[in-house]
Design a protein around this ligand. Structure first.
Ligand code: RIB
Length: 313
């Protein structure tokens, strides 16, 4: 672990997608065609977003992922490098296209996402093993479920063996083994993901706590639930604690969860206490909602400090 106050180094083993964002009045019903406007392209993918957030928060970021040998892959790789992220472990494949996400944003500020994960599924445990030295040099590893589950497991296992902090962002909703739950120091789902993994319905703080408790019963050590507009909740064998959200003018929630997970991991890597790290992550997630798009909305440390400071007055 990095000494308290040092910059910290986070390895992200994750997905990288080309995001196509439009503004729509509502989502189409099955078989329906709705018109949209304002098509914009953004670098995205949960892992890529997290790696960019890690850098903006002043920590060193190494990204391990896979993109296609196409223009989208080229664009994403160039963007990672330009963001100051160590990208030598990003694999290129000819087999499938780069991951792409289709994201309508609604007038309410809510969104919906359909992802073709494409090349992300070509990242293998062997690719992670090749980057072992980078993981061993880091302070923490953050990973997501937009990859093959065996690759996620290999990454967590390697980092655990090297005594690094391990954080599993449990998105998108997928069923996974108890093994994965046990390999992560922190499992962080949003409400929909928590519902899916626990099999319990989640509609408020009490039901979120009960569902998170199910994950603890299955072997998770600590669960940090992202509650969107209601902030976050820490659930561990020591009990549950709610952290209120920071109030912001929400424009687009895309990647708010990624900003949260990255900020949480960076702070843990830098030696912060869990509660302090969650408060910081809450501010990161809120700020990510104030701009359109995934990676352009990842906040800086200065922006977070300002928001946290304003709320302390
Ligand atoms: O978490 C937001 C991300 O989910 C988007 O950038 C999209 O690419 C999908 O992976």
């Amino acid at each position: 672990m990095a000494r308290r106050g040092t910059e910290g180094h986070v390895v992200v083993v994750g997905s990288n997608n080309f995001d196509m964002v439009v503004k729509a009045d509502r989502l189409p019903k099955e078989g329906e065609n709705v018109m949209a406007t304002g098509l914009k392209f953004f670098p995205g993918g949960k892992g890529g977003n997290q790696a960019v957030a890690v850098r903006r928060l002043g920590a060193k970021a190494t990204f391990i992922g896979c993109v296609g040998e196409d223009v989208f892959g080229e664009f994403l790789l160039r963007n990672l490098r330009a963001s100051g992220i160590e990208s030598r472990w990003v694999k290129r494949t000819k087999k499938v296209s780069t991951g792409c996400a289709f994201i309508p944003v609604l007038p309410s500020g809510q969104n919906a996402i359909v992802v073709d994960v494409g090349a992300n599924l070509e990242l293998t445990p062997r690719d992670v093993e090749r980057a072992r030295a980078a993981i061993e040099r880091a302070d923490a590893l953050l990973t997501v479920l937009e990859l093959k589950l065996e690759t996620v497991e290999a990454a967590l296992r390697l980092a655990r063996k090297a005594a690094k902090h391990t954080v599993l962002d449990a998105g998108p909703p997928r069923r996974f083994s108890e093994e994965l739950l046990m390999l992560a120091d922190v499992v962080s789902p949003n409400e929909t993901e928590l519902e899916f993994i626990s099999g319990e319905s989640v509609s408020d703080r009490a039901s979120a706590e009960a569902a998170a408790q199910k994950l603890l019963d299955r072997g998770a050590k600590t669960v940090v639930v992202k509650l969107g507009r209601d902030g976050a909740m820490l659930v561990s064998p020591r009990g549950a604690k709610h952290f209120p959200a920071f109030r912001v003018q929400a424009v687009d929630p895309t990647a708010a969860g990624d900003a949260f997970s990255a900020a949480l991991t960076v702070e843990l890597a830098r030696g912060a206490a869990m509660e302090e790290a969650i408060r910081f992550a809450n501010a990161a997630g809120a700020l990510a909602c104030t701009k359109l798009g995934a990676q352009p909305s990842m906040p800086t440390r200065r922006e977070i400090d300002t928001l946290v400071g304003r709320n302390n007055c």
